[in-house]
Design a protein around this ligand. Structure first.
Ligand code: FRU
Length: 474
């Protein structure tokens, strides 16, 4: 038997809070932290292709005969209609969710370039196995800021008003009349209407660009064609209400390899004298300055949430991982939980981890976040981490056939986690996964195997936990 990988001690993180608006402090998910995956969450002795991670952080296996929600469109990144505290709000007896969609006639791996936001609804409190009704595209054709709509979030505001935040990306020829920017964050307000027959949206006002990368805190496409700037998520802090914040996925500004992008001692995060420490020369020599994922912050400066001020990132993964996607902040019991999703193929050289959810906890919106479970890994698809990293469109034979079973996880109230099915043993999904549940508090989490069928709950289970009136009934 091989010994578990020896490795460094994790970085010391205090969880201390800093002023979200006036401080430029950011937490670092360091190489020392990410190396805790192979040091503490990988079994080097599994038969090749088995899951090598502990059950506590492994998403249970999705059966290959999974049902699909609709044969009209591929369905992937999904979010609920929420209030400012991420409660999932029932509107006049209906539950509503939003998903990226693309026609099933397009190959699954080409869906991103044709993505639109679609919506589904079903009766609140329906049997969890009730099918969602597909409502079609949220916006009329040729009305959004660019030709492709990527992930975002949707807030129920006063009365029947819904404010949508989304990413507008451009692929191919820009749509006439649009600026054709590579990626901006945008917003628009419309109205939701519910009748006995179902839910519709209408009366969207002018779509407005609210943020674009500045090249300093957040990378532009000119600086790096693999830049990221997307996935707006808004929230208020229940302990300091009245201010609306936004998280988003970014990559740190600069042209990779330029001096300001080089990985520093602080990004490595090793403790004094750690025998497993790497040097900055070694790490930069491996080209890890290409991996510049960060989580951005902005604050609304008007009540309508149409004016925003960009702030420095709250978390960086420089030299660690290139994508910290769909960030969310969940605030409970006095703690601030920052969740994000990431892939195996976006890790920097010398690091290894699964596709899935990563979590961090601190004492405020901007804090010295501590990676949960030492490494940050909270929920991964079953993977043999002893084998090299793969991509969902080209998995290597011999790897666990469920290493890409699910992605784009979104943490709902009560630890319910939804995601979409990507690749289960060669069958592509494009539909929502069975919901699973994690129990978490402080810096630890574990999958709840008492939920559903050995940890697998109903497919596409996104229950509302609040009515429009503000009465919580679940
Ligand atoms: C996550 C993601 C998002 C993006 C979308 C595009 O699955 O990469 O960051 O908005 O997919 O399809």
């Amino acid at each position: 038997a091989r010994a578990a990988e020896n490795g460094p001690e994790p970085t010391l993180h205090t969880q201390q809070a800093y002023d979200p608006i006036n401080s430029d402090f950011h937490a670092r998910w360091t190489r020392a932290d990410a190396r805790q995956i192979m040091r503490t969450q990988n079994d080097p002795n599994v038969a090749p292709g088995e899951n090598s991670m502990p059950a506590s952080v492994t998403m249970p296996e999705i059966p290959k005969d999974f049902p699909i929600m609709t044969d009209e469109v591929w369905v992937w990144d999904t979010w609920s209609l929420t209030d400012e505290y991420s409660n999932q709000v029932s509107y006049k007896g209906w539950d509503v969710i939003f998903s990226l969609v693309a026609p099933r006639s397009i190959p699954f791996d080409e869906r991103h370039w044709s993505a639109r936001i679609g919506f589904f609804y079903r009766h609140s409190n329906a049997d969890p196995n009730t099918e969602w009704i597909y409502g079609g595209h949220l916006f009329e054709d040729n009305t959004s800021v660019s030709n492709t709509e990527w992930s975002g979030s949707a807030r129920l505001m006063q009365g029947n008003k819904v404010r949508v935040f989304y990413t507008a990306t451009t692929f191919g020829t820009p749509r006439p009349g649009t600026e054709g920017k590579p990626a901006v964050l945008a917003t628009v307000e419309g109205q939701i209407k519910a009748t006995k027959a179902g839910v519709t949206f209408s009366k969207f006002d002018d779509h407005k660009t609210i943020l674009e990368p500045d090249g300093k805190w957040y990378q532009t496409k000119e600086q790096n064609e693999y830049f990221a700037f997307r996935d707006p998520f808004t929230f208020e802090d229940p302990y300091n209400p009245g201010t609306t914040y936004m998280l988003f996925e970014g990559t740190g500004g600069g042209v990779p390899g330029d001096p300001e992008t080089l990985i520093t001692e602080a990004d490595l995060g090793y403790r004094e004298g750690d025998p497993y420490a790497e040097t900055v020369e070694e790490v930069n020599g491996m080209g890890t300055f290409w991996q510049r994922g960060n989580i951005g912050l902005a604050v609304a400066t008007d009540k309508k949430l149409t004016e925003w001020k960009m702030l420095p990132p709250i978390l960086t993964a420089y030299g660690v991982n290139d994508q910290t996607e769909r960030p969310q902040m969940i605030i409970k019991d006095g703690k601030y939980y920052l969740f994000t999703i990431s892939h195996q193929f976006t890790y920097a050289a010398g690091l290894r981890g699964p596709d899935g959810v990563y979590g961090f906890v601190g004492d405020g919106i901007r804090s010295d976040f501590q990676p949960m479970n030492l490494s940050g890994l909270v929920l991964g698809s079953p993977t043999d981490l002893n084998l090299p990293a793969d991509r969902p469109e080209a998995p290597q034979p011999g790897q666990n056939p469920r290493q890409f079973q699910a992605y784009s996880h979104y943490v709902q109230p009560d630890g319910l986690v939804q995601s979409f099915i990507d690749n289960v043993d060669g069958r592509r999904g494009g539909t929502l996964s069975p919901t699973v549940k994690i129990n978490y508090s402080g810096a630890t989490s574990e999958v709840d195997y008492s939920f559903g069928d050995n940890g697998l709950g109903p497919y596409a289970y996104l229950p509302t936990n609040k009515q429009k009136t503000g009465v919580t009934y679940v």
